[in-house]
Design a protein around this ligand. Sequence first.
Ligand SMILES: NC(=O)c1ccc[n+]([C@@H]2O[C@H](COP(=O)([O-])OP(=O)(O)OC[C@H]3O[C@@H](n4cnc5c(N)ncnc54)[C@H](O)[C@@H]3O)[C@@H](O)[C@H]2O)c1
Ligand SMILES: [Zn+2]
Length: 356
Amino acid sequence: VNAITVSGSAGKYDVLVGSKLLDEIGNHIATRLKLSRCAVISDEKVASLHADRVLRNLALSKFAAVTITIPPGEKSKSLEQVGAICAQMTAAGLDRSSFVVALGGGVVGDLAGFVAAIYYRGIPYVQVPTTLLAQVDSSIGGKTAVNTAAGKNLIGAVHHPVVVIADVDLLRTLPPRELNQGFAEVIKHAIIRDPALFDLLTNFDRDKGDFASLVRRNVEIKAEFVAADERDENGKRALLNFGHTIGHAIERAGDYRALLHGEAVSLGIVAACDVSVRKAGLSDSERKKIVSLLKQIDLPTRLPSNISREKILRALPFDKKFEGGRVRFVVTSKIGSARLTNDVAMEDIRATVMQL
Ligand SMILES: NC(=O)c1ccc[n+]([C@@H]2O[C@H](COP(=O)([O-])OP(=O)(O)OC[C@H]3O[C@@H](n4cnc5c(N)ncnc54)[C@H](O)[C@@H]3O)[C@@H](O)[C@H]2O)c1
Ligand SMILES: [Zn+2]
C-alpha cells in the first residue's frame, strides 16, 4: 500500500489508497491507535453492502465494534442525527477511550467526523470513504459539518482523522451517476493543478482504468492545498473552490434535488471557464477541451431547463465568497493552474449564467 501523508494542525496522518484494503483495516488501525472499542458509523445502503467485511476484519484485530447506521442521503447530515448517534454511542458504553470508523460517502464522513470531534470533547476517527467524491475530496482535509435549515455545512469542526483508508474496489458497487459526480472534482483538480492528469482523464477507461493511481494523485493534490492553508485563510485552499461559486448557486437553485453536487459543479466549471475566457485569458480551445471532457464523463454541461437562471443569480449574493458586492472568484488561464481574482463583477457572472 502506498501512503500519502497529509499535514494538519494536529500532526501528520496517512491516506492509504489501494485494492482489498477493507480486509486489512484492523491492522492499519491497530498500528496507529491503542484503543479497543469503536462505533462503525455508516448509512444503511453502504452498511448492507460492506459493513460485514469491515466488522469481521475489526474483530480479527480484537476491536469491539458497534454499528450505527443512518438513512442514506444529505438529509441525514443534521444535528438531530448527531444527537441520535451520540445517544447510541453512550448507550453502547463508548467513552473517551473509544474511536469512530466512518464507513461511507461524504455524508457519513462529514457527520461521523463531526460526532468524533465533539463526543467527549473529541475522540479519534478513521475515514473509510466509499464514494469517488469522498476518496478524492471530502475525506481529506479535516472539515466536518452538518447542515441546518439556514444552509449547508453551517455547523462543524476541523477534526482530522487518524488515518484514511480508501479501498478503490468499493467504487465498483457505486451507481454510475455517483461515480460520475466524483469525476467532477477529479476534473477540477486537473484543471487547477495538473495538466498531465487532465490528459490522462481524456483517455481514462472506467472499466479497465487504474483507479488506485487516479485516486492517489487526487489525494496528493487535495492534501497539498490543505497543507498550505488548513483553515481557509490565505487563499490557497480557496482555489479548490474552482467551479463551486456558481456551482453552489446552481445546486441551491435546484433545491438540492435537481442535481447532485458534482453535477452542479460540472456546470459551475463550464461557467468558470466561460468567465476565465472573458477575464483571465483562457483560450477558447482549452475551454472546449474542458467542456468535452465533462461531456465524455456524462456530466451536464448545459443548464437543465427546470432550473431558473434568475434563481441561480438570486442564490449567488448569499454565497460566503461574495465580499462587498465583489466576488473572490477562482479563474484559470491555462489547464493546470488557477488563481483568485477580484476582477469579476456581478455583471460578468450574469452574462455567463444567461448563456449556460
Ligand atoms: N468535508 C469536506 O471537505 C467535503 C468536501 C466535499 C463534499 N463534502 C460533503 O460530501 C457530501 C457528499 O458526499 P457523497 O457524494 O459521497 O454522497 P453520499 O455520502 O450521500 O453518497 C452518495 C450515495 O452513494 C451511496 N454509496 C456510498 N458508497 C457506496 C458504495 N461503495 N456502493 C454503493 N453505494 C454507495 C450512498 O448510500 C448514497 O446513497 C456532501 O454532504 C458534501 O457537503 C464534504
Ligand atoms: Zn465539491
